[in-house]
Design a protein around this ligand. Structure first.
Ligand SMILES: [Zn+2]
Length: 169
């Protein structure tokens, strides 16, 4: 009898499309998942990565969520910008950005450094969108950092939308 697990790609008989979140099936006896809207995604068992064939975008999964793997600093900067927007809409403000250590060499040259003279450059924390940036622990210390891209530290800010429902509690 054939082990049924061997008939599926590494992510199982179906996945949620990283683009539209629809459940999409694996094609029989291949490593390919097919979304009717976004085309083929191929699972690479050697790197635990899902590749969108049309765009060449890479994704990895952590706790059921897909995380795009960036190869250009603009990609991760744009994703951080979107997350900051979302945080602000939810009534928080970010106080720090923690970027995955694996992106250190990719983003380092792009980070803004405020350079008050007389201070040696190394002692000044790099910044992104005016926020201090630090890098995560290594993936050996915490395996989530092999997949997720960044984290935002936040504190309550001024909510944009007044939470009217609280009036009736
Ligand atoms: Zn899709």
């Amino acid at each position: 009898m054939v082990n049924p697990a061997l008939q599926h790609p590494i992510f199982g008989p179906d996945i949620r499309c990283p683009h539209c979140r629809q459940t999409i099936p694996a094609l029989t006896l291949t490593d390919t998942y097919l979304c009717t809207r976004h085309g083929a995604f191929e699972a690479d068992p050697n790197t635990n990565t899902l590749v969108h064939l049309q765009s060449g975008r890479h994704w990895r999964q952590w706790e059921g969520e897909w995380y795009r793997q960036h190869t250009h600093p603009d990609g991760i900067r744009f994703e951080i910008h979107e997350a900051l927007d979302r945080l602000y809409t939810e009534g928080y403000r970010a106080t720090r950005v923690i970027i995955a250590e694996r992106y250190k060499s990719l983003v380092s040259t792009y980070l803004e450094r405020s350079t008050p003279w007389r201070e040696p450059l190394e002692s000044i924390a790099p910044q992104l969108y005016g926020l201090p940036v630090t890098f995560s622990p290594s993936a050996e210390q915490d395996p989530c950092w092999d997949v997720i891209n960044f984290n935002l530290e936040k504190e309550p800010g001024v909510p944009i939308r007044y939470p009217y429902f609280r009036l009736f509690e």
